[in-house]
Write a protein that binds this ligand. Sequence first.
Ligand SMILES: Cc1ncc(COP(=O)(O)O)c(C=O)c1O
Length: 535
Amino acid sequence: MKLTLSLFLTASLLASESVSAFAFTPSSQKSSSSSLFVAQDIEAEIKVNQEKKNNKNCVFSDATLPNAAQDEEQFQKLRTDPQPHSKPKSFATQCASLYQPNPGGARGVATPVYFGSTFTLDNAGHGARLHEKRESPYTDADGFVYSRWGSPTNEAAALQIAALEGVDDKARGLGKCLVFNSGMSAITSSLMAVLRAGDHVVAPYTVYGGTHEFLTEFCANWGIEVTFVDGAGANGPENYRQALRDNTKVVYAETPANPTMRLTDLEGVAQVVTERYGSSVECDIPGTSPHDRKRPFVMVDGTFATPYHQRVLDIPGVDVSIHSATKYLGGHSDILAGSVTSRSEPFLHGCSKVQKIVTVPLNPMDSFLLARGMKTLDVRMQRHGENAIKVAQMLNEHPMVAETYYPGLDSHPDRAMADRIYRSGCDDEDEDVAKTYGGMISFVVIGEGEEALRRARNVCENLRVINLAVSLGGVESLCEHPASMTHTMIPREQRLAGGLKDGLIRVSIGLEKAKDLVDDLKNALDKCDEDGCVI
Ligand SMILES: Cc1ncc(COP(=O)(O)O)c(C=O)c1O
């Protein structure tokens, strides 16, 4: 009887397009589909199959699975209370089988790491259901199906970022987060989710080099036009407004900008977009394609600030929050990761489709490291900020430094905006939280052109505590020269138009003792014109 039922299911399944990839085997060979479990009690299994066949959640139509009786309660019981399985007796099967830890293992306080590309299914209907549902950023209580579609440790990290971004809160509006294998993966997935030939993007001059390359090379090749504007400061919204077109599909911002540390008035930018196209709430129709939305998606790369300082999705009209989680969220320079969070269902649908098909979710081990890193985000960000202001003050007064860009300095053109925007980990009810302004500082050494370039190089090479390395946001301090490293792919004229001067040095201030960092930079600056240094 069991064999007959299984063969019947096989025939039905193969007739159904959505599950045609399944090789359904008789229950007596059940271990061959997953090699995980071996049935102990054949009678019990037949009963289970019968119960599952009758399950009302099963997505088979009556034509493929007749007599689908309804028994939700029983089905849920089977899901949560699976039938007992015997320990395999043969050595090869023992080798190939899964020995689940005691359920008490689920009570560990650390994020469990679940490796594995695939997941056992309750029954064929369960598999079909998971394949048929509209893509969601991470799986729901119905479980996981295949790790390219999401997996438990990835989901743990995603849920945590969703919470940090404030989209797990009904009062603010619910949303979801997707976690990718790099910041660039997060950025390109967001763009690919909504853009197609004939569309137009407005982006700032000063964006991360990789983002610039994607916009100018890939997007251009795909027939997508990009207008770059000066998005910083008080005039930013007006500059964005003037660049908007009927076919604008993405309004992109990076704030604070890498590496100029200029801020974008996101409220102002979102407002000019709303004035022209209507609000996100009006334009977002669940169940539709992101391509069909009339209003451009306002996307923000807030990597430098993190949700500790900037919860951009709380700003009406901002649709997508992106982070390179390689930086502060991970915090230890030991992973590449990226996150995309949104409340827009059409966007999330499109983006998770790109993730499933092209860019892949973050792997379990790195998801664990990301989740572990985020546990200390609050204290790390506070210390980064406390250290950075001391370094910025020294730089601001050093004779070899022409300009210092740090939002916490009074001389910063967007200081007032920073005071308004930067949360410093503050919760709604908190008062008198000491303000900090993040760990990223840029400064420009004196001189022009070649001379500035050489002087900047001398400073970088004379540092002894701060590491000469690209990237940022880790516990250790890093220093780099954007004009010759991270932003070299942006044409010089455009770099200069966006405020990225040849002599600009970017420092990611870590968690070392502030005095060591101040002394190190001061020493390198003092020495940069000395004998032995090439000027
Ligand atoms: C602001 C910003 N966004 C995105 C990225 C890209 O992130 P990833 O290197 O994780 O791909 C970077 C990298 O430095 C960055 O600084």
